[in-house]
Design a protein around this ligand. Structure first.
Ligand SMILES: *[C@@H]1O[C@H](CO)[C@@H](O)[C@H](O)[C@H]1NC(C)=O
Length: 243
């Protein structure tokens, strides 16, 4: 009613009456549909994929609470969201589930579009660890511009691979990168540009950062030390079982 009040002509269909994709294609053609709205990401959403008709999704509930745990359905829903123009969640927690499960599709499209327009920037998908390390080793530097907290394994790997690190100054990064000691920390784009230029012009700085980064990562994050720590932690559990 609301949509028709705004001047649209609407066709309402039950997803279970349209179980196949060709059924949807026929409907789109027969009714000359220009856009679609699906209720339920899996049941409705998957039927709208690949028809070239723009669509939006309204999460149903069981899509986010039940179907996400089903591997195949989860994959399908991720694909549907990539194609969807928007998605509507009734609660903040539903939105969070969707965002955790499938990186924000609108944001993903923004990033992809921006990258495509930017000369010299390429978006590379996931790759096996060995290939990634080989590629990293050929890089001039590793940049982490994350604004959200965590612990960057990528920074530690870069240090171990003797690649200089430029990271945004947030607590998670500052915990492993000491400015001008084990890497460089920036707070805004201007500072990043400034430090990146400095690094390219100063081979001695690069050498020092790499040397101290490698030293730091081998001393404080070595797998030998980690192995020893976890082995003794497990031993304390065994001890308490025997006691
Ligand atoms: C970037 O740094 C953040 C904070 O330390 C971390 O959570 C994230 O995993 C890092 N990402 C990469 C690719 O290094």
């Amino acid at each position: 009613d609301h949509l028709e009040a705004a001047g649209h002509v609407c066709v309402l269909k039950d997803a279970s009456d349209l179980e196949s994709s060709s059924g949807v294609a026929k409907l789109i053609e027969a009714e000359n549909l220009e856009a679609a709205l699906a209720l339920h990401l899996y049941r409705g959403g998957r039927l709208l994929q690949g028809h070239g008709v723009p669509f939006g999704i309204i999460f149903g509930g069981t899509d986010l609470n039940e179907d996400v745990n089903h591997e195949e359905k989860n994959k399908v829903m991720g694909k549907v969201l990539e194609e969807a123009r928007f998605a509507v969640a009734f609660t903040e927690s539903m939105k969070e589930v969707a965002e955790t499960q499938w990186v924000d599709p609108v944001f993903t499209r923004e990033v992809e579009a921006k990258v495509q327009r930017t000369l010299g920037v390429r978006l590379v998908g996931e790759m096996p660890q060995g290939d990634l390390h080989a590629a990293l080793k050929n890089c001039f530097a590793v940049v982490n511009s994350s604004v959200s907290e965590g612990m960057s394994a990528a920074i530690l790997e870069a240090m171990d691979l003797e690649v200089p690190v430029l990271a945004r100054n947030i607590p998670g990064n500052a915990a492993v990168v000491k400015h001008e000691v084990t890497g460089l920390l920036f707070s805004d784009p201007q500072e990043f540009v400034h430090l990146a230029k400095r690094l390219t012009r100063d081979p001695a700085l690069e050498r020092d950062l790499v040397a101290r980064g490698t030293e730091y990562v081998r001393a404080c994050h070595s797998w030998q030390a980690e192995r020893h720590t976890y082995q003794s932690l497990i031993r304390t559990l065994e001890g308490s079982i025997q006691d």
